[in-house]
Write a protein that binds this ligand. Structure first.
Ligand SMILES: [Fe+2]
Length: 485
């Protein structure tokens, strides 16, 4: 009888225990670092005015914060550097994540189903001094402040260091975070970071942007971002399955405070812009997914004609010279290459092909033979083109390399597959040093350029590179992360 009682109690206990572990209410689907709160997060410094005298920034809160503010003060060694901080009211924007109003009506964004609206806030600090470290914080008048961040305004002239990253896109937190963090660790003095498109895989999916901001952590609170829109920053909102109608990520404009080029159509607002960083460097950003190539080409032509900077970098997503199998883009090449050549730009930084490629055009100096040439130190050299990738998605190189572009006069210098990269580019007066590093911190590619007072550009020694070429056949087995191209 006693045994029966014990057995009965054991059965009841087991049943209660099972009940305690039975599925309860639906598990929360968002990680805590995705959820918005009254406290600021997703803080990112950008350029929206003169980089020497203004700083632009954005941050996010939940929908309860309608009186957001930011404070700024010149940084000093004093413990209470902040006592004289100036306060600026933010511009705030409520954003529905689960749907977007489009010309055809409301379009549901399934990946954000159930997410509450959030607010993005932005300020443009002005009246700043060049080449000066400022401390700023963002928050709300009822006390939910960020920490103080320090950021340096652009110099009028002098050395510039910047980082360039190809597509992050997939495994953003799991596999890309190491690349952007290694880049920052390699060049913590970087003046800004170019993200050459496809920052995420699904343009408006908040979970992926949450990963992107978690991966960069405090980095973009200190180092401004120059984001480039890629094809994955656009989503298809066509109701007709036979048609494509693409809309820029609903998060792009609320979360990045970028220059507005008044002469361009509204569809290119904050995706095509110029950062006149200093007397030494102008950066031109295009949106090669948008399709308004003629308008962009005309704008680039004008902007380059007006540029007086010593070095000129153009960045966009789709490569002029493709290095991905079956991914040539002749219409973009036809629209943009003549302008890049006409103004003899220095560097063209691209993404999209999930491979590494670096090559250059023949110099346009009349004395140089149009025949293929070796790149020797001291040779005149034309614009340099780079395709790179920082995330884990990797493609095969197109068979035949860049032979198919021989008619354009471009020569490939270095290639790779199955490798995550970041690039460090340093400008020191008339010298430019480029380095491509693997995500684990090994030097893979390097070259130098020098420019004399007449603007003549010549090849210069880069850093010494010893690593053999990396190809799928010579590296670890690869499996594609999730996501389309
Ligand atoms: Fe892409």
């Amino acid at each position: 009888m006693f045994r029966v009682l014990i057995l009965g109690m054991a059965i009841i206990c087991a049943a209660l225990s099972a009940a305690a572990h039975a599925p309860g209410p639906a598990r929360k689907l968002t990680p805590p670092w995705q959820d918005a709160s009254p406290w600021p997060d997703r803080i990112v410094v950008t350029f929206a005015g003169d980089p020497a005298r203004t700083l632009a920034l954005n941050w996010r809160t939940d929908d309860t914060v309608d009186a957001a503010v930011a404070e700024i003060v010149k940084a000093t060694p004093d413990a209470r550097f902040d006592l004289d901080a100036r306060r600026v009211n933010a511009r705030s924007e409520r954003l529905e994540l689960a749907s977007v109003k489009d010309i055809e009506g409301i379009f549901d964004i399934g990946q954000n189903a159930g997410l509450p609206p959030v607010r993005f806030h932005s300020v443009l600090f002005d009246g700043l001094e060049p080449d000066t470290v400022y401390a700023y914080r963002v928050g709300a008048t009822n006390g939910e402040w960020s920490e103080w961040f320090q950021v340096r305004t652009a110099p009028i002239s002098g050395p510039v260091t910047f980082l360039y990253l190809g597509d992050a896109q997939n495994g953003i937190l799991s596999h890309w975070s190491r690349t952007v963090r290694a880049a920052y660790a390699m060049a913590p003095d970087a003046n800004f970071i170019i993200h050459a498109g496809d920052l995420v895989d699904e343009a408006s999916r908040d979970f992926e942007w949450a990963q992107w901001f978690k991966a960069v952590g405090f980095i973009h609170g200190m180092v401004p971002a120059i984001p480039v829109a890629g094809n994955h920053e656009y989503m298809n909102v066509s109701r007709d399955p036979t048609k494509q109608r693409r809309l820029l990520s609903i998060l792009w404009r609320p979360q990045f405070n970028l220059p507005v080029e008044a002469s361009l159509p509204d569809t290119l607002r904050e995706t095509v812009y110029k950062v006149a960083y200093s007397e030494d460097l102008d950066v031109f950003v295009l949106d090669t997914q948008n399709g308004e190539l003629a308008a962009q080409a005309a704008w680039l032509d004008r902007a380059l004609a007006e540029s007086k900077a010593r070095w000129r970098v153009v960045t966009f997503h789709h490569p002029i010279f493709s290095s991905g199998k079956g991914r040539d883009s002749p219409e973009r090449r036809a629209a943009l290459l003549p302008i890049l050549k006409k103004y003899d730009v220095d560097l063209v930084l691209q993404g999209h092909d999930h491979t590494y490629a670096r090559g250059d055009l023949a110099a346009q100096a009349p004395a140089q033979s149009p025949e293929r040439r070796a790149s020797r130190v001291g040779d005149a050299i034309g614009p340099v083109f780079v395709n790179s990738v920082s995330g884990p998605k990797q493609y095969e190189w197109s068979p035949g390399g860049w032979e198919r572009y021989a008619g354009d006069g471009v020569q490939l210098r270095r290639a790779a597959e199955n490798t995550q990269f970041f690039q460090v580019i340093r400008i020191l007066g008339g010298m430019l040093l480029y380095e491509a590093w693997t995500a684990d911190g090994a030097l893979y590619d390097s070259f130098g350029l020098v420019k004399d007072e007449t603007g003549q550009r010549r090849s210069a020694p880069g850093a010494t590179v010893t690593m053999p070429e990396r190809r799928f056949k010579d590296t670890m087995p690869y499996r594609s992360p999730s996501g389309s191209d």
